[in-house]
Ligand binder design. Sequence first.
Ligand SMILES: Nc1ncnc2c1ncn2[C@@H]1O[C@H](COP(=O)(O)OP(=O)(O)OP(=O)(O)O)[C@@H](O)[C@H]1O
Length: 218
Amino acid sequence: MIEAVNLNKSFITPRGRIDVLKDFSFSIENGAFVGITGKSGAGKSTLLSIIAGLQKPDSGSLVINGTDLLSLDDKNLSLFRNQNIGFVSQEQSFLENFTVLDNVRLPAFLGNKKVDDGTAKTITERANQLLGSLGIAHLAQNYPNTLSGGENHRVLIARALINNPAIILADEPTDSVDLEQTQSIIKIFRGLANEGKTILIASHDTEALKLCDSEIKI
Ligand SMILES: Nc1ncnc2c1ncn2[C@@H]1O[C@H](COP(=O)(O)OP(=O)(O)OP(=O)(O)O)[C@@H](O)[C@H]1O
């Protein structure tokens, strides 16, 4: 469960101070598939990045499955993020000199202090399985710069899922893909929600949003 109480976040910009989140509270049950909506600049990406532990709010509380995120030091926050949260964001990039398979496997290796041959084999199997379930198994040995926009999205999703996180956050996951791919990406998220994972997508896309269970409006 994600419980946010009175989150506040402001930025000081050359245009002055912007209050992006003002006493913003919500709670999301495990297994929910939630769309985060709001006009451009409303704060959707900021909210996702706070839930992902990548930015801190100025005040408020944020508890995810019993862990008070804002009380964790950097090391424990990184560990929590690696084990519990999959974040799909367009600003994320791949390591261009590594194959799709290696990029997808990377977070699993980062999360394991000791990686013996058995662990590496299991990670590779899981990465290949994820690529298969996303319909891009044939791209495993490709390099990121050869991917289309839609393929790129799917690889980002595979990478976000490699550590089997309980919470999946996606920022505009259907941006710049066609309707067929939108439905296919949303179907993947729906399947994960049905497995009990909590899915939050920030989106302007009405086609994607109408497939969510509920909406949080900023
Ligand atoms: N690091 C930052 N420094 C200063 N201002 C910022 C920073 N990050 C975001 N903002 C501002 O905060 C506001 C919210 O940004 P955010 O990206 O969260 O909005 P959004 O709802 O995701 O927008 P969009 O739908 O256009 O992606 C915007 O006015 C943005 O310019």
